[in-house]
Design a binder for this molecule. Sequence first.
Ligand code: FE2
Ligand code: FE2
Length: 182
Amino acid sequence: MSAARQHLPGDPSPDETVERMIRVDHAGEYSAARIYAGQLAVLGRSDTAPVLREMQAQEQQHLDRFADLIVCRRIRPTAMLPLWHVAGFVLGAATAALGEKAAMACTVAVEETIDAHYASQIAALDDSEGELRDSLVKFRDEELQHRDIGLRHGAEQAPGYRLLSAVIKAGCRVAIRISERV
Ligand SMILES: [Fe+2]
Ligand SMILES: [Fe+2]
């Protein structure tokens, strides 16, 4: 679906479509930064801390980009930010409390969801939003690197990996739907 495709009654306008993308992506990157803050609150002195800090720094760059877009384009951020502020931190801290592998399992689950999310946004944007699309391509690449880091650090050996992963993915998808709209 192109953002510039024919507009049908009840559809968001092309502008609204892009606004929703930026709103939800801003919310997602905000939450990602909070997840790592939560993980580092628990694992800040562990062997995994440097790699968590590296990923956190990249999430901060992603967040800064969307925060700029929110300001430049006068887009209303999601009203759910205060909730994501807490939920992201709790998700990070809770998975970290289960152990380093569970923390990595959280990263893998989140990044797999975000990979699909960014891929569908990239496919929906045409050249009129080339700069935004380029950012999404870059960020998606980095999210996939995070997923790979998680896998290399034993995510799949986390206790209850399948359930943990399924629950986190479902939660992310709900958060995405809410943040696009509210
Ligand atoms: Fe990110
Ligand atoms: Fe990420």
